[in-house]
Design a protein around this ligand. Structure first.
Ligand SMILES: CC(C)(COP(=O)(O)OP(=O)(O)OC[C@H]1O[C@@H](n2cnc3c(N)ncnc32)[C@H](O)[C@@H]1OP(=O)(O)O)[C@@H](O)C(=O)NCCC(=O)NCCS
Length: 321
């Protein structure tokens, strides 16, 4: 069969959408609580137009149309000092029964461009139950970094201690120290995320200014020991569904961990979500943070993984073609 290689192009939008929707439908078989795909095409259309117009990558065509595509967006200093490429969950896909072979071809072509453009770190999001595709990326040198997970809102019915309550604006200055500790936590081993120092009060105040954002705090005597916060959207397109609210931070002081504080905070959030008509709760986290991974994996189901490969940057000083 005659195979063609093309730059990303919106003329393939409908074929790309078909492939992505099919992959989402497959993931829903393993994670049935994921939102139904009703308006998924409309939701993705805009994202995809932007990606196919401004992204970097390759599309492989055969005599009968699109066979596969891999397109990412350049990111400055992605997980390091070098630039990188982020290929979203709707940024790659293939048809036929030789997916592994086609992905090898797609990545070979796309990565050639990316490295030529100076993008050394390659990140790709994919559905969490597509084991063959995960294996394909693993063999291409990729490892897990970030996880998107979801759960149905279903409070367990445990008694919530009176030491947990919704935070008010006046609580922000006290909460700031916990927020700062949370930020610093990610710098520690084995997570090693070099996040920047920030003014925690200002950061929380700015965060709370946007619509429909909520924080709950946990006390022990007069000591603030933990908090959790939620907001309407997060990183993944699933988080944008109306019925989904998203946890975007949770922290418990280390002296108080493993005694159910986070479990009680989560129960509080779920009760509030239920009372306010939300049916799903999402979260995204770094798999390289063992405490967060353990907690979220116990309570939520992953539906998307982001895998990362860092190319040896010494290749930049050598000719590759
Ligand atoms: C993740 C985090 C918030 C969890 O908080 P926590 O209060 O320790 O969580 P819980 O106590 O509710 O649950 C943790 C463990 O305690 C156990 N536990 C719960 N209630 C308990 C109780 N009453 N007595 C004893 N153990 C209990 C849980 O079963 C769980 O154990 P397991 O991991 O062996 O299954 C906390 O570890 C933390 O702040 N980590 C650093 C920041 C972070 O990673 N945040 C998540 C960001 S994405």
């Amino acid at each position: 069969m005659k195979i063609g290689y093309e730059d990303p192009d919106v003329k393939y939008l409908d074929e790309v959408l078909e492939i992505v929707v099919r992959a989402y439908r497959e993931e829903r078989k393993d994670v049935p609580c994921l939102p139904v795909e009703d308006n998924l095409r409309d939701k993705l259309r805009q994202h995809l137009e932007k990606l196919l117009e401004g992204g970097s990558g390759v599309m492989i065509t055969g005599e009968d149309g699109l066979r596969g595509f891999m397109v990412g967006i350049k990111n400055r200093e992605l997980f390091g000092k070098y630039d990188g490429i982020y290929c979203p969950i709707y940024g790659h896909g293939a048809l036929g029964n030789n997916i592994k072979g086609l992905y090898g071809e797609l990545y070979g072509q796309a990565a050639h461009k990316w490295v030529e453009e100076g993008s050394i770190t390659h990140a790709v999001a994919l559905f969490a139950h597509d084991v063959d595709l995960i294996d394909t990326w693993f063999w291409l040198g990729f490892g897990l970094r970030c996880v998107d997970s979801i759960k149905e809102v279903s409070p367990a019915g445990i008694d919530i201690p009176t030491t947990i309550r919704k935070a008010l604006k006046v609580d922000l200055s006290v909460l700031a120290d916990l927020h700062r500790q949370h930020n610093l936590y990610y710098r520690k081993s084995p997570t090693f995320m070099p996040n920047q120092d920030e003014d925690p009060v200002l950061d929380l105040r700015n965060w709370l200014k946007k619509e429909d954002r909520h924080i709950w705090i946990a006390y022990k005597h007069d000591d603030l020991i933990g908090y959790v916060r939620i907001q309407p959207t997060a990183e993944s397109f699933v988080s944008e569904y109306r019925e989904v609210m998203n946890i975007t931070a949770a922290y418990v002081k280390d002296d108080y961990r493993n005694s159910g504080v986070a479990r009680n905070l989560l129960e509080t959030v779920e009760c509030w979500l239920k009372d306010n008509g939300y049916t799903l709760c999402g979260v995204d986290f770094e798999s390289i943070n063992p405490l967060g991974s353990a907690f979220w994996n116990r309570n939520f189901t992953p539906y998307s993984f982001t895998l990362v490969r860092r190319v040896d940057d010494r290749i930049l000083s050598l000719k590759t073609s």
